[in-house]
Design a binder for this molecule. Structure first.
Ligand code: MG
Length: 208
């Protein structure tokens, strides 16, 4: 799958901030994943050796349809072509070390296969982006349940903020943050992520 940049938003749901013992951000927290991390529905999440615990994070992804810079929030959704279910797979032990040392998250978030994404759903076919349920199961067991109404920064606020600093281009993906309930995935697991009205994503996990 080819795309532009993948811009991820950290700490955008209060309950997740609490479970990570973080402080609520004043502005959106942003990091990037490389496009080589992307995999589609049905593909396998591969965990490299010796990286410790790996976590799932279900998120709503916005897929940008046209270029823009300095986009106002009220026009933000005009730049979204489609939306998708996204899993911000994270090497959590490595992230904890990076956080403590004030180092970047590029590696713990950016490994190959660490950005599963569902088939896109055109925005015009999706209901209100501000009241979508998100649900993630591992081996059929419910792990995450949230609603986009719980976001601190709405999709259009994120687009406005990001585009003050980075030009958004057609094909860019914005992952809008995860609700609470993140937890470990390991070899042999099956991860099912769903946003009713948007789509679903099933990925097996194996060591590689
Ligand atoms: Mg995330």
């Amino acid at each position: 799958m080819r795309c532009g940049k993948i811009i991820c938003v950290g700490q955008n749901y209060r309950a997740h901030i609490k479970e990570m013992s973080s402080d609520e951000p004043i502005d959106p927290v942003l990091f990037l994943k490389p496009s080589t991390a992307l995999i589609g529905d049905g593909r396998t999440i591969i965990i490299p050796p010796d990286i410790g615990t790996v976590h799932h994070e279900i998120e709503l992804a916005l897929i940008i349809g046209r270029s823009g810079r300095n986009i106002s929030a009220d026009k933000g959704l005009q730049y979204v072509r489609s939306v998708a279910v996204f899993n911000d797979v994270t090497a959590r032990d490595m992230q904890a070390v990076a956080r403590k040392a004030g180092l970047p998250w590029s590696l713990c978030k950016g490994m190959d296969t660490f950005a599963p994404i569902s088939d896109p759903m055109p925005l015009r076919e999706v209901g209100d982006l501000h009241s979508l349920d998100l649900e993630l199961k591992v081996n059929g067991e419910l792990r995450q349940k949230g609603n986009t109404a719980q976001m601190i920064f709405t999709p259009e606020e994120l687009i406005s903020y990001i585009s003050r600093f980075m030009t958004l281009e057609r094909g860019d993906i914005i992952a809008t943050g995860t609700p609470s309930g993140v937890g470990p995935i390991k070899h042999g697991d099956e991860v099912y992520a769903s946003i009713p009205g948007v789509g679903s994503l099933t990925n097996k996990v194996r060591n590689g």
